[in-house]
Design a protein around this ligand. Structure first.
Ligand SMILES: [Zn+2]
Ligand SMILES: [Zn+2]
Length: 158
């Protein structure tokens, strides 16, 4: 299993490889150590977030969004050229191929597990079935909670 998260101490994005029985996540930049809560990670399955107190995780397609956008942009650019030269059939096949590549990519990419609270991403995780897909209500709850925390922190300073 590998985990991509932003270190709470130094703010650097990290990707760390975790094997079964791992009990801590160490930041390679600043050596900040996060203890993995007991039972949170077992037999390759993640039951709650390992790097923040959140217990809510959701499953999403691990689709490289930038790549998807890049393919659409390239397809559109090529179709503009063929359109300019009155190659109607070519234009439509280019657009069709672009859409098809995106669909095929989408079907073949794996699933990743995400934390609502801190945005940590878990890949190569077992037992994804225990987690649901993205839920807007849960997302809102965490968003409002972090907004409240920021407010409290700001008020504490003043
Ligand atoms: Zn760090
Ligand atoms: Zn988290």
């Amino acid at each position: 299993m590998n985990l991509t998260h932003t270190c709470s101490e130094c703010g650097q994005p990290n990707t760390v490889e975790l094997v079964d029985g791992a009990d801590r996540v160490v930041c390679p930049h600043c050596d900040h150590t996060v203890e993995i809560p007991p039972g949170a990670f077992s037999s390759g399955a993640v039951h709650r977030c390992l790097v923040c107190p959140s217990t809510d995780l959701y499953v999403r397609k691990d689709f490289p969004q930038q790549l998807g956008v890049a393919i659409v942009v390239v397809g559109f650019a090529v179709s503009c050229v063929t359109w300019y030269f009155y190659l109607t059939a070519a234009t439509f096949s280019v657009l069709f191929a672009t859409a098809l590549i995106d669909v095929v990519l989408y079907l073949f990419v794996g699933n990743a597990l995400m934390c609502y609270r801190c945005g940590a991403t878990y890949r190569d995780v077992e037992g994804l079935d225990e987690h649901g897909g993205f839920d807007l209500e849960t997302h809102e709850r965490y968003r409002q909670e972090s907004a409240r925390l920021a407010e409290t922190a700001a008020a504490g300073k003043g």
